[in-house]
Design a protein around this ligand. Structure first.
Ligand code: NAD
Ligand code: MG
Length: 296
């Protein structure tokens, strides 16, 4: 009989205690312990995105990197955006994409700047020679225990990066997007069950869910689908750069029904599905990848 432990979701990926660690935001994935699994050695493609041209924000690390690797292995050319400090992570992703024989375009820059968002889209469209998948993953999250201590600068930045940039990128991209294009945003379980220490972040994620559902209705007549992914606790640089109090890192993720944090690669198939023609009848939806926490 074959050993089926590798199929047990409780221990299919790391389910131990994480070492306490902290980096300044945005953090470098390559310095994390253990390294997140973004599918570098495990994701296998099967031609689901042949010929597609995707822009992925936050594509250097974590969930965005998992989407970038998977898209390239499914046959897409990929442009990724990230912050300039994240160049080492971005270079690794470029190598992984090129190893699949796909085109990789690196476009560093700050999404809280509207004119950069416009340039980003133009550059992605020009260098990829087309654009038909927008996978918007970048986000910022900083925990603050008390609303009276939430700096207005942080509040503004959270909304600029997590919400305003979606409006700016989509506005800039619409003239380029053909019928059949797919837009994927990244919300969170926080959009359904907000934590008391993540008020600005959770509110921004509620906004992303609302934006996604409304935009899907607006763009349906154009033949463009819009959906969102709602991750639960996933082991990424975001978490060790202030998204959680550092004392919460060792047991990060253990509170969900599957009793462990997820790895970015566990979201890859959902981002692929939503980008691909297999999801032709799916729009205005939110897909949870949460380890068992319900979203509604
Ligand atoms: P991550 O740190 O790997 O990715 C976040 C990325 O956002 C960074 O790599 C960075 O490139 C980008 N970013 C941040 N500020 C930016 C700015 N001003 N301009 C341009 N890019 C900027 O972490 P992740 O967990 O993979 O995060 C990806 C998305 O998943 C985020 O939207 C996050 O809110 C969401 N999410 C994560 C979790 C989780 O547990 N990790 C849970 C729910 C939702
Ligand atoms: Mg990063």
């Amino acid at each position: 009989m074959t050993d089926s432990t590798s199929q047990n979701p409780l221990n299919q990926y790391f389910n131990g205690t994480y070492p306490k660690q902290y980096q300044e935001t945005p953090g470098i994935q390559g310095k994390m312990d253990p390294l997140p699994d973004c599918g570098e050695t495990s994701y296998k493609g099967s031609g689901k995105l042949i010929g597609r041209k995707a822009l992925i924000t936050g594509g250097d690390s974590g969930i965005g990197r998992a989407a970038a690797i998977a898209y390239a292995r499914e046959g897409a050319d990929v442009a990724i955006n990230y912050l300039p400090e994240e160049q080492p992570d971005a270079e690794e992703v470029k190598e992984l994409i090129e190893a699949e024989g796909r085109k990789a375009v690196l476009i560093p820059g700050d999404l809280s700047d509207e004119s950069f968002c416009q340039d980003l889209v133009k550059q992605a469209y020009t260098e990829l020679d087309g654009l038909d998948v927008l996978t918007l993953v970048a986000g910022q999250q900083q925990a603050v225990k008390d609303i009276t201590e939430l700096p207005t600068d942080q509040l503004r930045k959270t909304f600029e990066v997590n919400v305003f940039s979606l409006f700016w990128v989509v506005k800039a991209a619409l003239p380029y997007l053909p019928k059949g294009a797919s837009i994927i945003t990244t919300t969170s379980v926080q959009s359904f069950d907000p934590s008391p220490i993540l008020l600005d972040y959770a509110a921004s994620k509620f906004a992303i869910t609302g934006f996604t559902r409304g935009l899907a209705k607006q763009l349906a007549p154009k033949g463009i689908r819009v959906n969102s992914v709602a991750p639960g606790p996933i082991w990424t640089p975001l978490q060790i750069t202030g998204a959680q109090p550092s004392e919460a890192i060792p047991e990060f993720g253990q509170q969900v029904p599957l009793k462990r944090a997820g790895q970015p690669v566990e979201l890859a198939d959902v981002y692929v599905f939503l980008a691909s023609t297999s999801s032709s009848y799916v729009t205005a939806q939110v897909y949870g990848v949460t380890g068992g926490t319900e979203i509604a």
